[in-house]
Design a protein around this ligand. Structure first.
Ligand SMILES: C[S@@+](CC[C@H](N)C(=O)[O-])C[C@H]1O[C@@H](n2cnc3c(N)ncnc32)[C@H](O)[C@@H]1O
Length: 287
């Protein structure tokens, strides 16, 4: 079916509820009534592409069998908010630098330094982490022995992340020194992240709601910003509990400032710095 110019009728409140429920059940994303027009426009664009007129028919397609699974991945790409930038919250990245430098200085780095960027979008977050980590290894004149696993539910965001090419506007968030050392100017005027950083990052498609399906590799740092904010409070707590369980002893969990208000975990101690929201995994004392 080709592109159609037929107008698609407004999404009713009950249809909005049905679609919101699906998005929340499958991806955790909670939509407010204020986002109804955004959902409607994304649904109707996709329905026009496929030649569908009724939300109910498109809903049946999305929720039915293998084709439904493929269609769902296209829809979630369009609905998920993928806004990001390099060093989006600079203080959080600087804390990771400080954390790694401390480990290096105290000779506590006996193994690979493993990082997980959860909800990595188009890659700016994991590349920023790679810059900070590479800086630390270079400063200490050590072989850069680290790896960053990056997870997102959006395949198009991941495809862009893997490419590692960005508009000049995006690079403005880096210092001149970071841009000089870690980006190369391409013929088309865009910038490419240098290979030595790209080689350290593995971009994987996945859903944080299905965390048990994601291989459990103990991490030094789990970085999860601007993702939990779209989830209900109880779900944020459940996810944080699982993320805490993925850390090595002494590992660091960094979330967005103010994204979680009332989370406590017997093995996690909040870092005493009110400019960031981070937790260290402490060993539980034997009774
Ligand atoms: C607003 S972006 C934040 C990007 C980056 N972490 C930052 O702080 O700049 C949120 C990302 O989370 C992804 N996402 C949403 N729901 C997800 C889920 N259930 N599992 C994995 N990723 C998800 C979206 O596709 C999007 O790329």
């Amino acid at each position: 079916m080709g592109w159609s110019l037929r107008t698609i009728v407004d999404l009713s409140d009950s249809e909005f509820e049905q679609w919101s429920k699906l998005l929340e059940e499958r991806a955790g994303i909670q939509l407010t009534l204020g986002q109804k027009s955004l959902l409607q426009s994304q649904l109707s664009i996709r329905m026009r592409e496929l030649g569908y007129e009724h939300y109910s028919d498109y809903y049946s397609l999305v929720t039915d069998g293998l084709q439904g699974r493929l269609e769902w991945s296209i829809l979630i790409d369009r609905v998920a908010v993928k806004e990001t930038s390099f060093f989006r919250h600079r203080q959080s990245f600087e804390y990771v630098r400080h954390y790694l430098q401390d480990k290096i200085n105290n000779r506590q780095l006996n193994d690979s330094f493993d990082v997980w960027s959860v909800g990595c979008s188009t890659g700016e977050e994991p590349y920023s982490l790679a810059m900070v980590i590479n800086d630390c290894f270079e400063l200490a004149q050590l072989e850069p022995y680290y790896g960053i696993t990056s997870l997102d539910i959006s395949s198009t965001a991941l495809a862009k992340a893997r490419l590692g090419r960005y508009l000049p506007r995006a690079i403005e968030q880096m210092t001149t020194e970071e841009a000089r050392r870690y980006c190369t100017l391409c013929n088309d005027g865009n910038y490419e992240i240098v290979r030595k950083l790209r080689d350290r990052i593995c971009f994987t498609h996945g859903n944080i709601l299905q965390v048990s399906e994601i291989p459990n590799v103990p991490m030094d740092v789990v970085f999860c910003q601007n993702l939990l904010v779209y989830f209900r409070r109880w779900l944020r707590r459940d996810i944080l509990n699982s993320l805490a369980g993925r850390l090595k002893p002494g590992g660091l969990l960094v979330v967005g400032l103010g994204e979680v208000m009332d989370w406590e975990h017997p093995e996690m101690k909040r870092v005493a710095d009110d400019k960031i929201q981070a937790y260290i995994r402490v060993e539980q004392k034997q009774q």
